[in-house]
Design a protein around this ligand. Structure first.
Ligand code: SF4
Length: 501
């Protein structure tokens, strides 16, 4: 059984998937490809074709059996071919199909992968921003190792051609981060070893409810397992590694069992043995127990400290829709509530161009500036809106200045309901604190039969291709319901407090 680039990618997304793909109950696997995953796949193919068209001369080895392609790849490298596309390389139990093999000197090749994402980390996590991507790095490491074993590479480097067609150098021996001294190469060695044990069934790990699950074909199967076993990852924020730590160190694997824990005793033991429950402090443990209790015992939401929301004439519930595969914001939606009534406003880009994106954003800001100053509040759900707007500000400085943007988000009436309220000050009897999970808990229903941000991106791409107004209508309806759900949640938090009094 080969270890491939997909094996390593899967391991990073979810270590359990490597095992489940080989040994999981096949009849429980969802056969249809998730439309969003399909969209990503198609975009990847289109981007690759675009890059390839500009490459000049290369040897195309994308056709044939793996064995035929391997033989041809070897022959091509031996004869000194400058550029090989979709060659197959293998050595022992490692197999790779790098997008490109590029000759750097006589007998020496480096692997180059074409990716339809950015070459480095970005997005909502400032800590991570600018770092090489682990999941790209391990794939290139695999290719390098095979090339090295075949005698065609000595330098531990590879390259990524990213979505903007920038070529970014990946050095494998550098540390993964300021606080992570482990190098990409060491990380690769570690996960290769772990994956190898899993695919041989010499090791087995458990499913866990996590963010990556939603797009995974095993979602229903693993969810069922977590339900049936009352797995600890049913508790909000209790991820795989903490679950494994509690399983191993405390011998506990059911949610109910968390309620009987003696925290004082655990903390005492932690003082005596530094490796015991490492990384899980008293505060986190107490929080976990509290959440478990709410989930399986009291079954009621709790607001800890009193929350007073601004009393203003205009309340706005706001949500953006963007396509991260092309860093394009296509919709800024606002559900507005005033004494006069409620209405939904959308500021939408109906074509993919900088002009259309800038225009939609300009209209959004014109609307914001038209509001009675100091007499409006804005609610949104997650740091994503702020991060995206900072990125847009750099791209379109004429729409809003950096200062105006920062003043907007620093306004105490502009509230990230998730980060500032839900996460800090509430707990809920559900395993996820996503907007959908909480609004549904409060009785809200989306009008769309399969509401999802990922699907909205797919709908938008379909709309761009077809210009079918029904698709646009569906996108707007979904966004309006997201905005309304934010309102339902804000109102729900107020009601919970009233009921607690
Ligand atoms: S559903 Fe989740 S736990 Fe199960 S294999 Fe997929 S990502 Fe892993």
């Amino acid at each position: 059984m080969y270890i491939t680039a997909s094996t390593l990618y899967d391991y990073i997304q979810c270590p359990h998937k490597v095992w489940r793909d080989k040994y999981g109950p096949k009849d429980e696997k969802i056969e249809e490809t998730n439309p969003f995953v399909e969209l990503l796949w198609n975009k990847g193919v289109q981007h690759e074709e675009k890059v390839i068209r500009k490459l000049g001369d290369f040897l195309d080895l994308s056709d044939g059996t793996l064995e035929e392609r391997f033989e041809k790849t070897l022959a091509a490298m031996k004869s000194g071919m400058n550029l090989i596309y979709q060659g197959v390389i293998k050595a022992d139990n490692l197999l790779g199909i790098p997008d490109l093999l590029r000759k750097v000197s006589e007998g020496n090749y480096i692997p180059v992968d074409i990716k339809s994402g950015m070459a480095t980390e970005g997005g909502d996590d400032f800590e991570e921003e600018g770092k090489l991507k682990k999941h790209y790095a391990v794939q290139l490491c695999l290719y390098f190792e095979i090339l090295n074993r075949l005698g065609f590479s000595q330098q531990k480097i590879g390259k990524v051609i990213d979505v903007h067609e920038n070529e970014v150098l990946y050095e494998f021996d550098i540390p993964m981060g300021k606080r992570t001294p482990q190098s990409y190469w060491e990380f690769y060695e570690e996960i290769k070893q772990k994956s190898s044990l899993l695919i041989q069934n010499k090791d087995k790990n458990k499913p866990a409810m996590a963010g990556a699950c939603k797009l995974c074909p095993w979602y229903n199967s693993c969810k069922k397992w977590c339900e049936n076993t009352q797995d600890l990852t049913k508790v909000f924020y209790l991820g795989r590694s903490v679950r494994d730590k509690i399983n191993d160190d405390l011998g506990i694997d059911k949610v109910e069992e968390l309620l009987d824990l003696d925290v004082e005793e655990i903390i005492q033991k932690k003082k005596e043995d530094k490796s015991f429950m490492k990384g899980l402090g008293e505060k986190s443990l107490l929080k976990t127990i509290r959440r478990a209790e709410i989930l399986v015992k009291t079954k009621k939401p709790v607001v800890y400290e009193p929350i007073v929301f601004p009393k203003v004439s205009h309340e706005l519930f706001f949500d953006i829709e963007d396509d991260p595969t092309q860093e394009f914001v296509y919709l800024h939606g606002v559900y507005e509530r005033t004494a006069v009534g409620e209405r939904f406003l959308d500021f939408t880009a109906t074509e993919i161009s900088d002009e259309a994106e800038e225009d939609a954003w300009q209209r959004f800001w014109d609307y914001i500036r038209s509001l009675p100053q100091d007499d409006f509040s804005v609610y949104y759900y997650s740091a994503h809106e702020k991060t995206t707007y900072r990125r847009m500000q750099k791209k379109y400085p004429n729409v809003v200045s950096e200062q105006e943007l920062e003043v907007f988000f620093a306004n105490q009436n502009v509230i990230d309901l998730y980060t500032d309220v839900v996460l800090k000050n509430t707990d809920w009897p559900v395993g996820s604190y996503s907007l959908k999970a909480l609004a549904v808990y409060l009785g809200f229903n989306w009008r769309d039969e399969s509401p999802s941000g990922a699907l909205s991106i797919q709908w938008f791409n379909n709309y761009i291709d077809t210009k079918d107004p029904k698709i646009l209508e569906r996108i707007l309806l979904y966004n309006e319901d997201d905005c309304k759900a934010t309102m339902v949640l804000k109102d729900g938090i107020e009601k919970i407090q009233k009921n607690e009094r």
